[in-house]
Design a protein around this ligand. Sequence first.
Ligand code: ATP
Ligand code: MG
Length: 353
Amino acid sequence: MTAPAEPTGTDTTAATAGPANPLIAPTAAGHRRVLTGDRPTGPLHLGHYFGTLRNRVQLQSQGLELMIVVADYQVITDRDRPDRLAERAENLVLDYLAAGVDPGRATIFTHSAVPALNQLLLPFLSLVSVAELSRNPTVKDEIAHSRQSAVSGLMFTYPVHQAADLLFCKADLVPVGQDQLPHLEVARTVARRFNDRYGTLFPEPQALLSDAPLLLGTDAGKMSKSRGNAISLGADGDETARMLRGAVTDPDRHIAYDPEHRPGVSNLLLLTALCQDRDPHQVAEEIGAGGAAALKRTATEAVNEYFRPLRARRAELAADRTLLREVLHTGNARANEIANRTLAEVRTAMGTF
Ligand code: ATP
Ligand code: MG
């Protein structure tokens, strides 16, 4: 199954992504520790779920250790100040647990609470050039969508910070969406150059892409928390129907799966197929000449049916904010232990104090 093409065409790395790419792990076999994360900029959406969250849960159930970073410092890459940070961080935990992450075995932490992790940014920044940072296609896309008038230094350097998120715990597998591939390349470069310069300490983490590495939003651009085009995991049936009714499609009444030429239609077919564990071509054939309205009805039913249990669990868990806070508290303590150990190793390797 292939995902719809990025209509803005900004992620050039994606064109070369495939099983032969050493950046991308074909399976979880041979890997040990998984790290991935999300910005606390709003509730998680269907793109997160099918792009990475479902994989996180599956990897955890296969016995891999799961670390999740609530990337709070990344919020201020493109915002003047973080908004309702604590509440949003807790809501991410709520989404994780509702999706099936086992809090007893996962380490869920906020990177601002782990000083030793952040300190790794300094030596890591010395390992990449300004030219390398400037040509990152995801950063360019995010700058294009930013509401800020000036681009901050953090915007250009956050992929290196993200390398610290991965390397502090020596994660070797990273279930992410396609937009993260350039950042994974930065992390691998940092690991390789550090190892060459100071002696081998870090693994080169690999990405794990899902069947939906780039789910589109209702405007047929990347579904994103910040772009007003997302259907959140916690949305109810009516809200889902309203959002999907407004999704961008095209006037051709004959429904066909053609991600390159018909991104909006193909994305709704993919979404339906993911929810029903089917092939999007098959869904298209069933709808045939039914037009976009029939497609939207089918997609709405599929999403509401698939997410019913998750939404019910989410509503139950939402009643206990103490649990959500405790999960972060425990995760932060564990992440600090790991980060302190790694920073001590880095100091020894570099001969610093
Ligand atoms: P924001 O708009 O605030 O940047 P976002 O929706 O892009 O939010 P992130 O927190 O930046 O979400 O991304 C978290 C993870 O989810 C990353 O691994 C990213 O690749 C993945 N992801 C985000 N959006 C999608 C999408 N539309 N399709 C597939 N994966 C996605
Ligand atoms: Mg993002």
